[in-house]
Design a protein around this ligand. Sequence first.
Ligand code: FAD
Length: 301
Amino acid sequence: MRYDALVVGGSFAGLSAAMQLARARKNVCVVDAGAPRNRFAAAAHGFFGQDGVPPLKMIADARAKLLAYPNVTFIEGRVASAQADGANGFVASLDGDRQLSAGKLLLAFGVQDGFPDGIAGVRERWGTSVLHCPYCHGYEFSGRRLGVLVEAPHPPEHAMLIAEWGPTTLFLNGNNTVDDEVRGKLKARGVTIEPGRIAALEGPAKDLSGVRLEDGRIVPLEALFMVPRTRPGSPLAEQLGCAFDEGHAGPVIRIDAMKMTTVPGVFAAGDAAMQMHNATLASAEGVMAGVSLHRAMLLDA
Ligand SMILES: Cc1cc2nc3c(=O)[nH]c(=O)nc-3n(C[C@H](O)[C@H](O)[C@H](O)COP(=O)(O)OP(=O)(O)OC[C@H]3O[C@@H](n4cnc5c(N)ncnc54)[C@H](O)[C@@H]3O)c2cc1C
């Protein structure tokens, strides 16, 4: 069977896009590898009507609603490669050699987070006490001791934002600098600057009680915010020849106002194709990409 559209990634962006296509009565196939970015968090925050709901429940509920449409196919798996098939469409290979054919592609495979080398204890606390976004998880740590780790090229001013939620220490980790003007602004916001290198995070299980510096001192903390370096969740966009722009945290698939990449017929949405990473925005971009893809099907016919 040749699908009208193949959506790679079945999370906030992909399921939102597929819903528009399903409701437009198109045959849509969603392939998902089952590793949404916020799977480490017990609850997602700030999503319209869903504040505090576990992210995997949100995704499972959205998938169930989508699968109520008979024109939707959902495959648990990973798209390993995709290419133009020479007939105004695409052929994709899944892990395990299964092949799928579709008129258009929608890339919604998210991003993967990279963590700083040499700091023990970051990975296991990710999503609980080591966090990427104060709007998502800052409220739960209101008034408690907070830390910010921003490494060059990210500006140390980020600490001013975090200080909105609680008393904040900015960790320079030995390789970021703060000029006098910024230092003055940080001081005015009550931010403490710690220049030393971090050795490890400490605390029971996934909780944080402090940051241990290489010189042996411990700075007591309950949450650490950082901006991880991200990479695309899949090499597919690169394989297909899509152009990227360099975002503040990593490469971002270049899309136009209609969410089409630089490769005709290939659309993209969600974290992989935007700079601000947030589930609501990923979902909204997915809606727009689904509608645009449908429109492109009509115009190309
Ligand atoms: C720890 C943490 C907590 C967060 N908390 C919040 C929050 O509270 N509120 C909020 O608004 N945002 C939150 N975010 C941001 C939010 O997770 C992302 O913005 C959102 O998940 C992006 O959705 P997406 O659909 O673009 O990508 P994802 O949700 O990452 O989904 C991508 C999907 O594509 C799949 N995939 C990848 N490659 C392939 C392939 N080749 N074939 C098939 N499938 C593939 C993946 O397995 C995954 O299921 C958080 C992020 C993190 C890291």
